[in-house]
Design a protein around this ligand. Structure first.
Ligand SMILES: [Zn+2]
Length: 360
């Protein structure tokens, strides 16, 4: 695995202005759900300065979102990611063992999807009010208890997911057998039956391939590979006059301090690179969270470039600081994203003191 790649300057990327809204209805409503936490048994998210520090634990939240859209008198409700199972034994012995080696999972059954969705306010949020699942990428902390969802629901991933998953198991993230049991899982955004109201892949902001899911710019699904093939992010317009957006960043990276602050790459932390304990104490660190680290740094720069826009707020799937800043405990959820700018939610991110990089 490549481990030598470095940050890309976000200002070196072409930027295609985000098209403005044509109607006040060209928005989606977002609810953020805290589906639990993962504690990594050693540093795997943000690189630390010393070998000792790399042996510390770090905890990350697991976020999913409800994306609601008013369309011609009805409401469509899509989940963006489906969290993690409460009991990792459900994933089969090899995946469970692999997961336990690396992580401690803290997902109370009430925080596991789909149950958590049914607590959405206002009720009723029964499963038959769900339209489908959009999954940022095919990792087990994002598709969760997929077999517990009604099989009638479409489950859509980004282009490249199927070829990757069919390519066989990989050491770090074997694809559990459950994953294949959902009969409608096969959708990849952009293919027949998974086009929403989009017309084709378009350039959007710092992304070269984005799909206009509702056809009105309210929800763009953009290709952001690197973490793994098929990885997507979602740009959601949450208000008009002025247009504001929340960028659901998935696992583009695993710490706020890797994509922020901007624009200077030198102020941002690198992705962690580690050796597994089983490789012995002298092993050279050669593993990262990303399948293709160069491509991951490119996607990180795209996220940074979007976050540089005043009217865009990015949130990673594991951005623990957001849960702390907005007071969203495990099993809780938070709406009101249409007001993030007025309420200063992004300013908290910008004013927070990033950890110093001097130790590196
Ligand atoms: Zn993840």
């Amino acid at each position: 695995m490549e481990t030598q790649a470095a940050h890309v300057d976000p200002l070196s990327l072409p930027f295609h202005p985000i098209p403005g809204s044509s109607s006040p209805n060209a928005v989606v409503k977002l609810t953020l759900m805290n589906c639990g936490e993962l504690t990594a048994r050693w540093i795997q998210f943000r690189q630390r300065g010393t070998k000792e520090e790399m042996q510390e634990q770090e905890t990350a939240v697991v976020f999913s979102w409800v994306i609601e859209k008013q369309l011609e008198g009805k409401v469509e409700r899509w989940l963006w990611d489906a969290g993690l199972v409460s009991d990792v034994d459900r994933l089969g012995p090899s995946v469970a063992e692999n997961t336990r080696t690396r992580f401690e999972v803290h997902v109370p059954p009430s925080a596991q999807l789909p149950e958590l969705f049914t607590h959405l306010f206002p009720p009723p949020a029964t499963l038959n009010t769900l339209t489908g699942l959009l999954i940022s990428h095919a990792h087990l902390d994002h598709f969760g208890a997929l077999p517990d969802f009604p099989t009638s629901l479409p489950v859509l991933f980004g282009p490249g997911t199927k070829a990757w998953a069919e390519g066989g198991l990989e050491y770090a993230y074997p694809i559990p057998e459950d994953f294949w049991e959902h009969p409608a899982w096969v959708g990849e955004v952009g293919e027949e039956g998974a086009r929403g109201r989009g017309r084709g892949w378009e350039k959007l902001g710092s992304y070269e391939k984005a799909w206009d899911w509702f056809g009105d710019g309210g929800l763009w699904l953009a290709q952001a590979p690197g973490h793994c093939p098929g990885h997507m992010v979602a740009l959601c317009r949450v208000s008009t006059s002025p247009d504001t957006y929340v960028l659901l960043g998935g696992d583009t990276c695993h710490s706020r301090y890797i994509y922020s602050p901007f624009p200077s790459p030198s102020a941002r932390w690198p992705c962690a690179c580690w050796a597994y304990p089983a490789e012995g104490p002298e092993a050279k660190p050669s593993h990262t969270m990303h399948e293709d680290l160069s491509l991951a740094y490119e996607s990180i720069a795209r996220l940074t470039r979007m976050d540089m826009e005043d009217n865009v707020m990015s949130v990673l799937a594991h951005e623990t600081e957001v849960a702390r800043e907005l007071g969203i405990g495990i099993g809780q959820m938070k709406g009101g994203w249409e007001g993030w700018k007025e309420l200063g939610w992004k300013r908290r991110k910008e004013s927070g003191e990033p950890p110093s990089r001097k130790a590196l």
